[in-house]
Design a binder for this molecule. Structure first.
Ligand code: SF4
Length: 338
C-alpha cells in the first residue's frame, strides 16, 4: 500500500508513469488506494476548473449506424434496434429545451451514418448558433471525412468526440470488426488538424481487455493529449455478440478517471451516464473521482428507448428533473454548476 501511495504521489507530481508500474497499480487496486487517489484527483480537478462542473446536454439525433461494433446495441446487425432519425426541427427543439433549463454545452450524438448531408448538418448547427449564440456545440457522430469535419468546424461546431475503445490492435479488432485501430487513429488526428476541441475515450472492463491493455489505453490518452476524455464501463447488450460477457466494473472506471485526472489535469473529463447503470449515483461518484463534465440526456422517452447502446434497467426520468437533480447534487457536493 505504502508503495502504491508513493507511486500515485510521484504520478501526480510528474504527470507521467511507465506502463509496467501502471499495470501493477491497476492490478492491485484496493479501497485504500482508491480513496487516496480520488482525494488527489478531486483537488486537481478543482484547481484546474475553479470548482466548476459543467452539465452537458446530449441529444441523440439518430440510431442508424453502418458500424457493427460487437458491444453496441445500435450496431447495424441488430435487427431488434428501433431506428430513428430526428428532423432538423426536432434537434433544434431539444437544444432549445436544454437551453431554457440553463444548459450551454450540447452534444449531438448518433450512429455513424449518412442520414444528414454535410450541408444539412451545418445548417442545423448555424440555426442553433443563431438562436443561442452562447451555446457550445459538440458532435459525436463517428468517423467522418476531413472535408466534412472542416465544414462542421466552420459552421460553428466547437468540439468532436471520437472514441477509440481499445488502443491495442488485437483487442480493437475483437470489439470493432469493421474498422481498424490505424484508421481510427487517423480519424482522431483529423479532429486535431481541423482545430476542434477534440475528445476521445475507451471502454473499461471490455472483454479481452486486461490490465496491460487498459494501461496502454490510459497512456495513449496521455500521449494524444485530448481536450475531452470520455470513458465508460463495458455493459453487455442482450442483442449483441458480447451479450454473455461480464460487465466492466464501475469502481475500476472511477479509478481510471482519477488516474487520467492526475495524468491530464486540464482535460475535461466526462462523468458518463453509463456509470449510473452499474452503481447507484455513478455520475456523482465520477465527480468525486475527478470528472468535471456531467452528461445529461435531453432525449424524449421514445427516443431514449431506441438509443440503447447498452442494456439498462434504469427507468426513464424526464430530462427536466434530471437537470434539476444534477444541479443540486453538484452544489451539495460543494462545486458550482456551470
Ligand atoms: S459504437 Fe458507434 S460505430 Fe460502433 S456500432 Fe455503435 S454507434 Fe455504430
Amino acid at each position: 500500500m505504502a508503495n502504491h501511495i508513493a507511486t500515485i504521489t510521484k504520478l501526480a507530481n510528474e504527470k507521467n508513469i511507465d506502463i509496467a508500474t501502471l499495470t501493477e497499480l491497476l492490478e492491485q487496486r484496493n479501497d485504500g488506494i482508491m480513496s487516496f487517489i480520488s482525494v488527489k484527483a478531486r483537488k486537481a480537478m478543482s484547481e484546474a476548473f475553479d470548482g466548476k462542473i459543467t452539465i452537458k446536454g446530449a441529444v441523440s439525433i439518430s440510431s442508424v449506424c453502418k458500424g457493427d461494433c460487437f458491444f453496441c446495441g445500435i450496431r447495424k446487425s441488430n435487427m431488434n434496434c428501433k431506428r430513428f432519425t430526428l428532423t432538423a426541427d426536432e434537434i433544434i427543439e431539444r437544444v432549445a429545451f436544454g437551453y431554457e433549463k440553463g444548459i450551454r454545452l450540447f452534444e449531438l450524438r448518433g450512429g455513424e451514418n449518412e442520414e444528414f448531408s454535410d450541408s444539412e448538418l451545418c445548417a442545423i448547427v448555424s440555426k442553433i448558433k443563431e438562436a443561442f449564440p452562447d451555446a457550445e456545440i459538440e458532435l459525436a457522430l463517428g468517423q467522418k471525412k476531413y472535408s466534412s469535419l472542416l465544414a462542421y468546424f466552420r459552421a460553428g461546431v466547437k468540439g468532436y468526440t471520437l472514441r477509440f475503445e481499445a488502443s491495442n490492435n488485437e483487442t480493437y479488432s475483437r470489439l470493432c470488426p469493421t474498422n481498424s485501430i490505424d484508421q481510427r487513429q487517423i480519424s482522431i488526428a483529423y479532429l486535431k488538424q481541423v482545430g476542434f476541441e477534440y475528445g476521445t475515450g475507451f471502454l473499461v472492463g471490455a472483454p479481452f481487455k486486461k490490465a496491460p491493455e487498459l494501461a496502454q489505453d490510459i497512456l495513449y490518452i496521455k500521449e494524444s493529449n485530448p481536450d475531452v476524455i470520455d470513458i465508460s464501463p463495458f455493459i453487455p447488450h442482450k442483442d449483441t455478440p458480447l451479450a454473455k460477457f461480464k460487465a466492466g466494473s464501475a469502481e475500476e472506471t472511477l479509478f481510471v478517471i482519477s488516474l487520467l485526472r492526475l495524468l491530464c489535469p486540464n482535460a475535461k473529463i466526462v462523468a458518463n451516464e453509463s456509470l449510473d447503470v452499474l452503481m447507484e449515483k455513478g455520475r456523482k461518484m465520477a465527480m468525486t473521482a475527478g470528472a468535471n463534465v456531467v452528461t445529461v440526456s435531453l432525449d424524449t422517452a421514445d427516443k431514449a428507448e431506441c438509443y440503447n447502446i447498452y442494456d439498462s434497467e434504469i427507468e426513464y426520468i424526464e430530462p427536466e428533473k434530471v437537470i434539476a437533480k444534477t444541479k443540486s447534487r453538484i452544489e451539495k457536493f460543494g462545486f458550482k454548476a456551470n
